[in-house]
Design a protein around this ligand. Structure first.
Ligand code: HEC
Ligand code: HEC
Ligand code: HEC
Ligand code: HEC
Ligand code: HEC
Ligand code: HEC
Length: 352
């Protein structure tokens, strides 16, 4: 009922503005009511039941993230089954423990829900702040305040995905939290990311990462960023060089390590930054292309540990946990031979 109310307002807005101004986040007075309510009352009924008497920022739900998910759960950012293929990943996994009988460990191995990525504060959607990682690893951002609005500006902003740039972020962070790096340069596909939706990631459609993603993540994870100096961690934001670039382009799958070529080498599961990338490009790497945080991670969450793009705990991807997760196989046009595909680190290192 509450959802219907928000949608009615949005539709009303769409109906009265010219199509060039239609996009919801592009502003216009009516769009305030897609997220805010002036009184906590509509037709005599309380609208925000989660925090009926204390409604900070007059939001339509008890927290900023629950407010975003009024619409964005349906677009695929938090699905009902984890089967969306958005480049950012599906927050569904933040609600699911994954357990299996591991041949390597006695008893049952488990990856807990909170270990699948970013635990946003969205109790209305079954997600709560991470009780273990109380600060961002390698940084000091307080996990209690992590929400969609920690990374995305809910108000107007022209950056890629409205990500915050240099300066303050969310208004509800006590004392404020200031980013020191600008938003990354990249181009995205449409925001609807369910399997068949126009923004789902596949071989012919993916984010075009150009530059600056690793620096941007370092706004909260400063010490996880290596540059060339900190060899404590895998290099990020460094150029691949000729040898690794050639590996990437030649590699197709474990059973075909040399059959590829620059023109067809792009694998959206193992992306990289390059000024030549477009959302539909299939070209592989150049020596000057860069490895970045999202080469290995999803920005939101994933079926695997630490928001990794593939299961880095298994030698063979067929053994990925959760088992029978169609996530990799349903990947349209996937060139990988899933019956004998080793860890995708090999796309660059060719050690399988
Ligand atoms: C997409 C959802 C969304 C829309 C649309 C939106 N807001 Fe907000 N607004 C938020 C959230 C979430 C906060 C909570 C604090 C934060 O994240 O910065 C907020 C906080 C605010 C605040 C207090 C904090 C500050 O930044 O000063 C004001 C004032 C505000 N909004 C006004 C508006 C107005 C006016 C509009 C319409 C032009 C609008 N908002 C549209 C989500 C939205
Ligand atoms: C009333 C529905 C609604 C709510 C609530 C809402 N959004 Fe959106 N959002 C949309 C629509 C529609 C689009 C696609 C059109 C557009 O970009 O405006 C979108 C697009 C986006 C995009 C992709 C923009 C791009 O560059 O492609 C981001 C990021 C986003 N929303 C973040 C948020 C965040 C963060 C919140 C909560 C603070 C939020 N949204 C709340 C409807 C909503
Ligand atoms: C606004 C601050 C902020 C930004 C920006 C941010 N993170 Fe995080 N990140 C956190 C916090 C806080 C935690 C710890 C809480 C948690 O795990 O949910 C965290 C945890 C993580 C984890 C561990 C998750 C787990 O399951 O244990 C990974 C991996 C991660 N971030 C990667 C990234 C990457 C990659 C980027 C850039 C795309 C990024 N982060 C950007 C705040 C941030
Ligand atoms: C830690 C930072 C962070 C948080 C928290 C976060 N996002 Fe994102 N989001 C990103 C980044 C970075 C991208 C770009 C991902 C890419 O293209 O690889 C993105 C992409 C998106 C997109 C485009 C579609 C997609 O799947 O790539 C939408 C829509 C979106 N986010 C909405 C949300 C909503 C709604 C929430 C909260 C429920 C949220 N985001 C929380 C960083 C974040
Ligand atoms: C080559 C792949 C790769 C790259 C590149 C990479 N990561 Fe990771 N990251 C991992 C793996 C795998 C883990 C799981 C733990 C481990 O093996 O160290 C992880 C774990 C993490 C964690 C969780 C740490 C904890 O204490 O739980 C964070 C945070 C993180 N990465 C952030 C980043 C950021 C930020 C970047 C970019 C500056 C980045 N990662 C680049 C593969 C990568
Ligand atoms: C997009 C390509 C790419 C992917 C994918 C990739 N790496 Fe790397 N890796 C690099 C680059 C570039 C270097 C730096 C090489 C250099 O400095 O000579 C590197 C260096 C390394 C090193 C040597 C580190 C050092 O400090 O000397 C190890 C070990 C390594 N990678 C392991 C991994 C593992 C494990 C994975 C999978 C989780 C992985 N890599 C995924 C590109 C990649």
């Amino acid at each position: 009922m509450k959802k219907a109310f928000a949608l009615v307002l949005t539709n009303l807005f769409i109906a009265v503005v010219p199509s060039t101004l239609m996009a919801f986040h592009d502003g216009g007075v009516a769009s305030c009511s897609g997220c805010h309510i002036i009184h906590n009352s509509q037709d005599g009924q309380i609208v925000n039941v989660v925090s009926a008497s204390d409604n900070p920022y007059l939001l339509l739900r008890g927290t900023p993230s629950d407010t975003c998910l009024i619409c964005h759960a349906d677009y695929g950012q938090k699905s009902n089954d984890g089967q969306t293929l958005g480049p950012g990943g599906d927050f569904y996994w933040m609600t699911r423990d994954v357990s299996w009988n591991s041949p390597d460990e006695p008893g049952t191995a488990t990856i807990y829900a909170r270990e699948h990525g970013h635990n946003i504060d969205a109790p209305g959607n079954g997600i709560r702040p991470d009780p273990v990682l109380t600060r961002a690893p390698g940084g000091d951002f307080n996990s209690q305040y992590l929400g969609c609005n920690s990374c995305h500006d809910p108000h107007s902003n022209t950056n890629f995905r409205r990500l915050y740039g240099v300066g303050a972020t969310e208004a509800n962070y006590p004392g404020g939290y200031s980013f020191s790096h600008p938003a990354p340069t990249a181009i995205g596909s449409p925001h609807e990311t369910r399997v068949m939706a126009p923004g789902a990631e596949n071989m012919g459609q993916h984010t075009a990462y150009i530059s600056g993603m690793s620096d941007w993540c370092a706004n909260c994870h400063k010490d996880m960023h290596s540059g060339l100096t900190n060899r404590m961690v895998h290099p990020a934001d460094v150029t691949l060089g000729a040898e690794i670039s050639n590996n990437y382009n030649a590699y197709v799958t474990t059973s075909n390590k040399t059959g590829g070529g620059y023109a067809i080498a792009y694998l959206p599961l193992v992306p990289f930054e390059d000024a030549a990338n477009t959302t539909v490009s299939s070209s592989g790497t150049r020596a000057t292309s860069k490895i970045m945080c999202l080469t290995c991670h999803r920005a939101h969450a994933s079926p695997y540990q630490k928001a990794c793009r593939w299961d880095m705990g298994q030698t063979d991807l067929a053994a990925s946990q959760p088992a029978n997760e169609p996530y990799l196989a349903q990947y349209k046009g996937n060139p990988l031979d899933m019956t004998s595909q080793k860890d995708l680190c090999n796309k660059c290192h060719a050690k399988d």
